[in-house]
Design a protein. Sequence first.
Length: 182
Amino acid sequence: MLSAYLRAAAEADEADEAAHRTGAPADVEAAKKAFHAYRLAYAEGELIASDAMIPALTTLNERMQRSHHEAMRRAPVTAAMRVLEDRRRLGDSAASRALQRLEDGMEQGLAQAGMVNIARAALRLVPETSARLYGLSIILSFGDAYEAIIDYASAARARSERLTIDRTRLVNVIRAELGTTA
């Protein structure tokens, strides 16, 4: 059961990363399903884990929950950015100006309230209603979410490292309990 739990954790993490990276509705839905399967595996793991395993199991679960929440919060931002970037590639000058203002605001390191005002002003440059709706996703989950979208690779690396540390701790505790350590 614990190996099934670790497998479910890995699958949920991969699905969350895809949702975070693409923001695509299909990837978001797949992440939700994978996380549900993970939660079931966690519940089964809790039932059979020894007292010594529970702290490491709980720590990994907390990390998984934060990671999933983060992916679900940032997926709409990714989707919004993809729409604006696609429109910019197609020559939409309004989308290009909006993205430039967002990027300038991040470079200035403005506080949350300042960035919300910049985002609103930038998104008013994009006349289509659908783009504005996508833009609301940026406004609603701005700040670190936007920065993580711009520098996706380092944000993904940091998440992966934290998850690996917690997973390794759990594996070490399981191995110690089973007497399979070297």
